[in-house]
Ligand binder design. Structure first.
Ligand code: PLP
Length: 460
């Protein structure tokens, strides 16, 4: 059965949605007066809702996911062919797409060798945390069990990953949290915490200070986004990553890079960490991995990490005692294989670099006209514009006006994002742009023109 809607079914769909769907990140009270937006179809970067209204999607499916765009028949066909052959097998045995995709992925990640499958970014990160804990238990006599995370980073929605949320507004209503997760300061230079010349190195040194305070023997890993996404599109300052890497080596701390957003081309390289010459021990990825055509995530490790689970003592308990039931679905790796082929064959990394430069330049030029833009930053097709009430004091623009700018773009048929809303106010004042890697110059200009008009309307 395929779902083919006739015109008069559509109001039924909206009613069904309003009555029965509990939407992510939404206050449902709004649906007492406004219809929920329900999409029917997508092609390339365009979407159509139940009313036939067309949108240009500048956020790749709401949360930086649909990297190769909507309506890709080759991915749908590959998934269909695989599902009728073998839809699933999990546990100790493998399946063909899982093996072939792991091989292809590893080709793009020199220094890493092993791929562990699951379904979401949160789950991939949980797996990594469990690996660190097991390494602590079996190889460090119970020491090195703490995991550091950074202010303003985000790693997922489960209780374990929320324990590493650097965004207080995401975590504050769901505690108490498990022990052993410790926050280090963010590295956003626009909101300086130290008045020094080498800001990147200073921000990284702050990590070392936390390690010393906690005791180097107690710290097993640090998890970091290469470019912070939902926390405000934070690109690292010069010198930051090199120093972070040195600190990890100095204290024998595993470097876990969360590529859930940056992975698979978003910044113009296969992975964000590759932009900064980082050599991670663990890399997690999800969203763009199969562009949302199937659920899949991976926790990728070095052989050194993998080997630590091989050294079985007499009791035979050293192997990673973990499973993800749907990590055995073949749809994920087969979609991911085709997704990767598309990125490669269509030159989408190169396009991302070119179009990303255009998007950043367009945003920068809007700063001349709109004093409300305090800072613009980004890497590849992953840009942010931080809005402030006053450029001198950098006081964040109030959330109402930030949301009005987002709504103003929507009214023009352009979907943009903004940093997560908070209970108590705070730094939720950055417009976020993450169009598909297929974006053209016209698409980019239309997105930034919509922001220009919305800013004029909301802020004058
Ligand atoms: N890591 C980062 C950097 C993310 O932005 C997200 C989600 O937005 C996650 C992890 C969690 O991924 P998921 O929602 O697939 O669990």
């Amino acid at each position: 059965m395929t779902i083919n809607l006739k015109q008069n079914d559509l109001s039924h769909v909206v009613a069904a949605d309003r009555e029965h769907v509990w939407h992510h990140l939404s206050q449902h009270k709004q649906y007492e007066t406004v219809d929920p937006r329900v999409f029917v179809e997508g092609k390339g970067m365009k979407l159509w809702d139940v009313n036939g209204k067309e949108y240009l999607d500048a956020v790749s499916g709401g949360v930086w996911t649909v990297n190769v765009g909507y309506g890709r028949e080759s991915i749908a066909n590959a998934v269909r062919d695989q599902l009728v052959k073998l839809n699933y097998y999990a546990g100790a045995a493998g399946n063909v797409p899982a093996a072939l995709f792991a091989e292809k992925l590893i080709e793009k990640m020199p220094g890493l060798t092993r791929v562990y499958y699951s379904n979401s970014g949160s789950e991939a990160n949980e797996k990594a945390y469990k690996m660190v804990r097991q390494i602590a238990a079996r190889h460090h006599g119970g020491k090195k069990w703490k995991i550091l995370y950074r202010e303003r980073d985000y790693h997922g929605t489960t209780i374990g990953t929320l324990a590493t949320s650097g965004q207080a507004q995401r975590a504050e209503q769901y505690g108490p949290y498990p022990d052993g997760f410790v926050m280090v300061p963010h590295c956003l230079e626009y909101r300086k915490q130290w008045d020094v010349e080498n800001y990147g190195e200073r921000a990284a040194d702050a990590i070392e200070e936390v390690i010393r305070r906690e005791g180097p023997d107690s710290v097993g890993a640090i998890v970091l986004e290469p470019v912070t996404a939902g926390g405000g599109v934070i690109t690292p300052p010069q010198g930051y990553w090199q120093r972070v890497q040195e600190i990890c080596r100095k204290y024998d701390i595993l470097l876990h890079i969360d590529e859930v957003v940056c992975g698979l081309g978003r910044t113009g390289a296969w992975f964000g960490y590759q932009q900064y010459g980082i050599e991670p021990d663990i890399v997690t990825m999800a969203k763009g991995l199969a562009s949302g055509y199937a659920a899949i995530s991976c926790t990728v490790t070095t052989e050194r990490v993998f080997e630590m689970f091989k050294d079985a003592p007499e009791d035979g308990m050293s192997y990673f005692r973990d499973i993800s039931t749907f990590g055995g679905c073949t749809a994920g790796p087969v979609a991911a294989l085709e997704n990767m082929r598309i990125i490669e064959d269509e030159g989408l990394l190169e396009n991302t670099i070119r179009m990303g430069e255009r998007m950043l330049a367009n945003l920068a030029s809007l700063m001349d006209k709109h004093t409300v833009i305090g800072d613009v930053r980004g890497k590849g097709l992953f840009c942010g514009a931080e809005l402030v009430a006053d450029r001198q004091t950098k006081e964040p623009l109030d959330e109402k006006r930030v949301q009005a700018v987002v709504a103003g773009c929507l009214a023009q048929g352009v979907i943009i994002g903004a940093t997560n809303r908070s209970l108590h106010g705070g730094l939720n004042n950055t417009l976020c742009l993450s169009p598909a890697l297929i974006a053209t110059a016209d698409d980019i200009d239309r997105i930034t023109n919509a922001i220009d008009s919305a800013l004029t309307k909301v802020c004058g």
